[in-house]
Write a protein that binds this ligand. Structure first.
Ligand SMILES: *Cc1c(COP(=O)(O)O)cnc(C)c1O
Length: 360
């Protein structure tokens, strides 16, 4: 008979989890303004009406939030032209992804996604006990959808497509995504993570909500964190066929999305026009930054989110330290590259001056 262990045993999948590395704030410097370009946050402060809606909701903090997110679902349903039963909200779209993977995956299952991509994916997959199958990006830092389709096996339960891809920037086109979906077996869930969709300016853009409408296996993840500027409130959602959406809701923590977040999200949808004008300002600024980088001689993958990617290899950590020294915090991925969010033009200019010193 084997003897019982002498202490609590953490599941091996959890003990081995990679840590999520949050974008750091810059070190404070006397008399030097600093800029946080490390978390793809929206640099604009909240619009007055949205702050007011959130403040009003905070007055009811002694009450649990509406667990059914009634007002938010009603508003989204109208906005997107989808049934309320096809929606599931969570504390950020990352939480929604955790719930979805929990609903579909267990030990022995596989989840296919591109790599390098969003660092939350390997963690969210590992928590379920399933195995990550990472398909390398192509030479232009794009999803290799052909290789991803070929990586699907009998064990695959979910495929994640991140478009635009965090942290490298390129977006997939509608035609190539349709061709990919045609190759994926109908029992495999395809998650299209559109966290940055409002920033996309390509010829053949994807609206994954359009693609989900006539398929039973497509789930579209969206968030209020980036374009809508609500990163601090934690609210995102999935649009998916009823069985998938209801499985996500079943796994969600009760009362996860706060009243303040729900109110701010509803108010944001009401002021979408102004918010999208701010997105356009960031897109124009992104164009200025990428043009300057390319003039410096950088080979920058096509940036379709609110960030750019510099392939710095073994100089990545040194670059991040130099940027921090200059008052700008970027997000380094040691040995690979750095992701720099598009922020206030003054911060972007400091980043550009550091980049100029590192170009080869
Ligand atoms: C920021 C981001 C999200 C959304 O995160 P929230 O949990 O909603 O803040 C989802 N996917 C990707 C790829 C992201 O970069």
């Amino acid at each position: 008979m084997t003897s019982a262990p002498d202490r609590p045993q953490i599941r091996p999948a959890i003990a081995d989890l990679p840590a999520y590395v949050p974008g750091k704030p810059p070190a404070a410097r006397d008399g030097v303004p600093t800029y946080k370009l490390s978390s793809n946050e929206n640099p604009f402060p909240p619009l007055a009406g949205i702050l007011e809606a959130a403040t009003d909701a905070a007055g009811a903090m002694n009450r649990y939030p509406d667990m059914g997110c009634t007002a938010l679902y009603a508003r989204l349903s109208e906005h997107l032209g989808v049934p309320v039963t096809h929606l599931a909200a969570g504390t950020g779209s990352v939480a929604v992804l955790y719930h979805l993977l929990q609903a579909f995956c267990e030990a022995g299952d596989e989840v296919v996604y591109a790599w390098r991509s969003f660092e939350a994916y390997p963690i969210a997959v590992a928590v379920t006990g399933a195995t990550s199958v990472q398909v390398p990006l192509d030479a232009e830092a794009r999803h290799d959808l052909g290789a991803m389709a070929a990586a699907i096996t009998d064990r695959t339960k979910v495929v994640i497509v991140c478009t635009p891809n965090n942290p490298t920037g390129p977006a997939v086109g509608r035609t190539e995504l349709q061709e990919f979906l045609a190759k994926v077996p109908s029992h495999v869930v395809v998650v299209v993570d559109e966290a940055y969709r409002e920033f996309v300016r390509i010829e053949d853009p994807v609206d994954a909500v359009d693609l989900y409408r006539d398929r039973d296996n497509v789930a579209v993840m969206r968030t209020f964190a980036k374009a809508y500027g609500l990163a601090g409130f934690r609210v995102g959602y999935v649009i998916a066929p009823e069985p998938i959406a209801s499985a996500v809701r079943a796994c969600a923590l009760p009362f996860g999305v706060s009243s303040v977040a729900q109110a701010a999200a509803v108010a944001s949808l009401e002021r979408e026009k102004e918010l999208l004008e701010r997105v356009e300002t960031l897109v124009v600024e992104r164009g200025r930054v990428v043009e300057a980088l390319r003039e410096q001689g950088w080979d920058v993958p096509d940036p379709q989110g609110n960030f750019v990617w510099l392939k710095l290899g073994d100089r990545t950590v040194e670059f991040a330290a130099a940027a921090d020294e200059a008052g700008v915090m970027v997000r380094p991925f040691a040995g690979d590259g750095a992701r720099i969010s598009i922020g206030d033009p003054k911060g972007n200019d400091i980043f550009l001056s550091v980049a100029a010193r590192f170009v080869r």
